[in-house]
Structures are given as C-alpha cells and as structure tokens.
Design a protein around this ligand. Structure first.
Ligand SMILES: Cc1ncc(COP(=O)(O)O)c(C=O)c1O
Length: 416
C-alpha cells in the first residue's frame, strides 16, 4: 500500500500540517508563530490569568450587571410565547422596523426596513460577512485606523484582502488627515471606521468624518462603520458618518445591542445601508449563520424603542465610571487618556514600571490584583514594537462602581 499522505496526517500535534484559510486568519490577527503554532489571543491569556490569580478582570469589555428589565422580560416572554425557531433571514420585521425607527429618531436617517437592514449575529458577524462579501483578493485594500478592534485584521485576512493602517496617536488619537489621504487610493475597496473607537475612546471629529467621505467618493470606496458604542459618547451626541452629505449611498453602518443594552452574550447586531450592498452582505451571511437569536430579536426591538432617558442615563453612568477609574489610575501614577466614548480607558503605565505594556499586564494581576490588556493586542504585528504605544494599557470601565472602587484601591499599591 502506498505511503499514506493525508493532508491532515495522523498526528495533529503540529498545526502546521493543516492547510486552509485559518492560517492567514491567524497570521492577520498576529497569532501564528513561526513554528505554525497558534497562540491564544491576549484577551484569553489575560482573562485566564485574572481567573487564576483572583484579579479583578478589567481586561475584557463586558458589563457585570444586567441591562434594562423591559428588555430582559421581553426575551423571557418571547421564549414562553414560542419564538424559538428560525426567524426570517433578514431578521424579524419588527426588529428591522425598530432599527429603522431608531436611526430616524436619533440621527434623522431614512432607512427602508425591508431592503436596507440586515440583522446579524452581533456586530462581529456583520463585519466579517461584509468583508467576505466585498473583498475579492489581495489587490483589494481595506483602510483601517490603528490600533483597531482585533477582529478587523483577522477578518480582512480571512477575506484575502490587504490591510492598510492609519495610526491614531496619543493624546487625542485623531488621525492625521494627510496620512489618511495617503492611505486611500484606487485600490481601496473599503474604509473601515470605528467611532466611538475601541480601544482609544476617541470620537472622530467632523473634519475626520468629512475627509473619509471625500476620499471614499474620490476613490469610489465603500465606508464600513462600526458604531457599537453609538450611545456611549460622553461629550457630544454621536454623529453617524452616514449622515454626512454624500455618505449614505456608499456607507454600511454596523451596530449591536451588546454594549447599549448590556447584553453582549445575546449577539444581536445589525447593518444598514444601500439595498444592493445589503444584498451582497446577506448573500454571504446566510451561509455563515443563516439567522440567530430569535427570542432576543423582539427584546432588542423593545430596547431600541426605550425612552431617551434610558440612553442618556446609560452614557452618563458610564462616563462617571470612567472618571472614577481615571482618577484612580492617575493617583496610582498612570498617565490617563480620558476617553470621549466607549467602554475603555487607556493609560500609560511607564510611570509605574510598565514601559513594556505587555509584560506589565502579565504581572499586574499578581502585583495589584487587577487585569488589563496591553495596546499590543490592538496593533498589527509590524507595529507592536512601536515605542509610542509601548507602555499603554487598556482598562474596561463597564463594571459596577463598587468593583471599580476596589480595583482603584488595589491599583494604589503601585504608587511610588
Ligand atoms: C469596536 C467593536 N466592534 C465590534 C464588537 C463586537 O460586537 P458584537 O459583540 O456585537 O459582535 C466589539 C466588542 O467588543 C467592539 O468593541
């Protein structure tokens, strides 16, 4: 019998024998070692460390208390009422209507719930399905602001596209418009924006948004905007890029219920934009998950229709938590970059022995009983050693006040 030469071999000890798109996905995320092994994400590593040391985990961004009771009750009711089978492929008509109503109520956007809205399994699926749908090989470039939410680079690589990054620098983390203009060319298929921004907490200025639209028009690129923190902008109402003149016809707007309603585990997201682009995305999405979360969809429709006070209070409560955390970090010796929006506060740990942010985050749970994430987790492999980011670490503020108070008390051991 001929020598067996199955691709997968009999010994799966080495990942390097397994071919497939997973490899470029891992490489894009910076998780592929030269020996072919896949490293866990820094988030997984830091969460495991926090768990084994009993540290307060300010690494991963999920709230530690439930969202509005009306929304939770609506999900329970939906299960009791038997809404437990596949919903329609685009999402339940009422949730799509609630999304369209929400976009009109908060932003004056005119969205057709039947042809211009797609409900997805979180913003993550909306992003990945969009990239898979609209990228067609390595000549297609995706311009992304860096640091970036980690799924962006992984999904661009999975889609086979090329990532081109524009740096966001401390202290305000707004992009340099000349560098942005240099990055966007006729090869740019998509400009991927995240506003309010994770991890920096930046809310992009109107000049930045206008320049993105100008460049997208000039080079005929599609704008994909991840606005999952849309209701967590602290100093000014959120401005969706789709509201700028000329933007709506080339913009796919993505959001999610997770952050707004403290329901990150429900994974209800959505995307809206021109019908033809939505059709392209649904073509891919239907073969990824088809649909998801049927009893949660009516519940999120209830959430999106909550009175203004809910949204205002949610932003104010989170802003207060950031102030508490920021003051504690500053008192402990960090240089704090106060966020304008989102779940996270960035701080430079160089003054408390953290010139190497990754190493600092590995020892922080044992030194101070708190977990955080180094900036390196949000940088492309080529930029992980950039000295401008070296000491910066990310803390999640989306925790109960008493948990943050305890974290701040613990961090005070770092003081000189
Ligand atoms: C910027 C950004 N986009 C997308 C997501 C993922 O959203 P979802 O949980 O709805 O998939 C997150 C979650 O942390 C995020 O921070």
């Amino acid at each position: 019998m001929a020598e067996v030469s199955f691709v997968y071999g009999l010994s799966l000890v080495s990942m390097s024998v397994i071919p497939g798109a997973w490899r470029r996905t891992a490489a894009g995320a910076g998780l592929l070692a030269t020996n072919g092994a896949v490293a866990p994400t820094i988030f997984a590593e830091m969460s495991a460390l926090a768990a084994t040391t009993g540290a307060i985990n300010l690494g991963q961004g999920f709230p530690d208390e439930d969202g509005p009771a009306e929304v939770l009750d609506a999900a329970r009711r939906a299960i009791a009422d038997g809404l437990n089978q596949y919903p329609p492929g685009r999402g339940t008509p009422d949730l799509r209507l609630a999304i369209a109503e929400h976009q009109r109520r908060f932003y004056g956007l005119d969205v057709d719930p039947d042809t211009e809205v797609l409900v997805t399994v979180g913003a993550t699926e909306a992003l990945t399905a969009t990239l898979l749908a609209l990228i067609d090989g390595p000549d297609d470039e995706v311009v992304v602001f860096e640091p970036y939410y980690d799924s962006y680079a992984a999904a661009v690589s999975l889609a086979g596209g090329t990532l081109r990054t524009v740096p966001l620098r401390a202290p305000d983390f707004q992009p340099d418009l000349d560098r942005l203009a240099d990055a966007v060319t006729d090869r740019t298929r998509l400009i991927l924006v995240n506003d309010p921004h994770n991890p920096t907490g930046a809310v992009f200025g109107r000049d930045v948004l206008a320049e993105i639209v100008r460049l997208a028009e000039l080079h005929d690129a599609v704008i994909v905007t991840d606005e999952v923190y849309e209701h967590l902008s602290f100093h000014a109402p959120h401005v969706p890029i789709a509201t700028l003149p000329g933007a709506a016809e080339r913009t796919l707007t993505i959001s999610s219920a997770g952050k707004t309603f403290s329901a990150t585990g429900w994974k209800i997201g959505w995307i809206h934009g021109p019908a033809a682009l939505i059709t392209a995305v649904i073509t891919v999405k239907q073969f990824l998950t088809y649909v998801g979360g049927s009893p949660f969809q009516p519940a999120i429709a209830v959430g999106l229709r909550l009175p203004d006070a809910f949204f205002v209070d949610a932003a104010a409560a989170l802003a207060h938590k950031h102030e508490l955390l920021g003051a504690g970090l500053q008192a402990a010796g960090f240089r704090v970059f106060a966020p304008q929006g989102g779940y996270f506060t960035l701080a430079d740990a160089s003054g408390v022995g953290g010139a190497d942010g990754a190493e600092f985050c590995r020892t922080l749970p044992t030194r101070a009983g708190v977990g955080a994430i180094p900036m390196a987790a949000f940088l492309s492999p080529a930029h992980r050693a950039d000295p401008e980011y070296a000491g910066i670490v990310r803390f999640a503020a989306c925790k109960r006040v008493e948990v943050l108070e305890e974290a701040v008390r613990r961090l005070s051991v770092l003081q000189g």
